[in-house]
Design a binder for this molecule. Structure first.
Ligand SMILES: Nc1ncnc2c1ncn2[C@@H]1O[C@H](COP(=O)(O)OP(=O)(O)OP(=O)(O)O)[C@@H](O)[C@H]1O
Length: 222
């Protein structure tokens, strides 16, 4: 599903953020990317929806080498990938409903269908009763769950999360991770960058460790 073949990434004027990374995350898998600050975790995630391009090597998503993807196919690639960020990036002047609806509005979904889909996504993250609330009135855990609802509302087959629990206490962090597991249980491929070793250990999924941009350890046991 997500294949990296000898991928290196050097930012202009910067050092090597990724160096010779080769790995395969299968369809329906749930994997954690871990490593110290600056190890290359965010860079790894950003290559998948083509927010960055590798300096060397190939990124292959669903059998498609992204280097050969035409510019007009990029929106299609991105529609298939839900992204979740540590700071959740919600629009504070819009309600929870409107935040979650945004990807569907951009995709031009008919209004009636939109309400049904937004409420289904809010229901999955347990926030149906908050649809009229504004993000600032919610707790940190609730805001993150709105971010997750927004990421899953168009039912993408892939979810990428960059430090989704970075601002949350241990109990809320575990709750968010269990939510990801529920999406994984219905077949969504999930990749989560996190430095919360204790939590990752408890979750017991594949753990991919980067160090200075290199693949230090790949917990792929298959
Ligand atoms: N846009 C950029 N321009 C230049 N250098 C960058 C850019 N983004 C990242 N880097 C550098 O690439 C390296 C890897 O960064 P990256 O953000 O991928 O690491 P990370 O493991 O996600 O770190 P953190 O846990 O702190 O977010 C770092 O040395 C960083 O400074």
């Amino acid at each position: 599903m997500i294949r990296l073949d000898g991928v290196s990434k050097r930012y202009p004027g910067g050092n090597e953020a990724l160096a010779g990374v080769t790995l395969h995350i299968r369809r329906g898998e749930m994997a954690f990317i871990t490593g110290h600050s600056g190890a290359g975790k965010s860079t790894f995630l950003r290559l998948i929806p083509l927010l960055e391009r590798p300096s060397h090597g190939a990124v292959i998503i669903g059998g498609v080498n992204l280097a050969r993807l035409s510019r007009r196919r990029i929106p299609h690639l991105r529609r298939g990938i839900g992204m979740i960020f540590q700071d959740h990036r919600l629009l504070n002047d819009r309600t929870v409903f409107d935040n979650v609806a945004l990807p569907l509005v951009i995709a031009g979904l008919p209004h009636r269908e939109l309400g049904r889909r937004v409420r289904a996504a809010l229901d999955k993250v347990g926030l149906l009763r908050k649809e009229r609330a504004y993000p600032v009135t919610l707790s940190g855990g609730e805001q993150q769950r709105v971010g997750i609802a927004r990421a899953v509302v168009s039912r993408p087959p892939v979810l990428l999360a960059d430090e989704p629990t970075g601002n949350l206490d241990p109990a809320l962090s575990e709750e968010i991770m269990r939510l990801f597991e529920q999406f994984n249980a219905v077949g969504v491929t999930i990749v989560i960058a996190s430095h919360d070793h204790a939590l990752i250990e408890r979750m017991g999924h594949r753990r991919i460790t980067l160090e200075g941009g290199r693949l230090l350890d790949d917990g792929d046991r298959r």
